[in-house]
Design a protein around this ligand. Structure first.
Ligand SMILES: [Zn+2]
Length: 105
């Protein structure tokens, strides 16, 4: 979505925080959930549907400062939404449980 040459960014920073939280949780080896791309975006969509969007306009380079403050404000809510989304996807992945994603060969 970002236009390469523009000095300005228009961003839903809630989405950035959700991405960070999902990636952190998926690093936990004991977490029983499929790591394929489809499950990742399913988790992301479910979590974002439960959270209010937070659109900001910034100049490039300022996004991380805004993100830091915002992350501290919403981290607990995001964590809760992502954990619930993971649980839904874990129980009912969009693809078949027999798909190659689950094979350990
Ligand atoms: Zn999957």
């Amino acid at each position: 979505m970002n236009k390469g040459d523009s000095p300005f960014l228009f961003e839903n920073i809630m989405e950035l925080v959700v991405d960070e939280v999902i990636e952190d949780l998926l690093k936990v080896p004991t977490l029983q959930v499929c790591r394929c791309d489809r499950c990742y975006i399913d988790i992301k969509a479910l979590a974002l549907n439960r959270l209010p969007p937070k659109y900001v306009v910034t100049e490039r380079g300022e996004i991380f400062a805004k993100l830091g403050t915002f992350r501290n404000q919403v981290r607990v809510d995001v964590l809760k939404a992502v954990i619930e989304a993971i649980e839904i996807v874990r129980q009912r992945p969009s693809h078949s449980a027999l798909s190659p994603v689950f094979k350990k060969e």
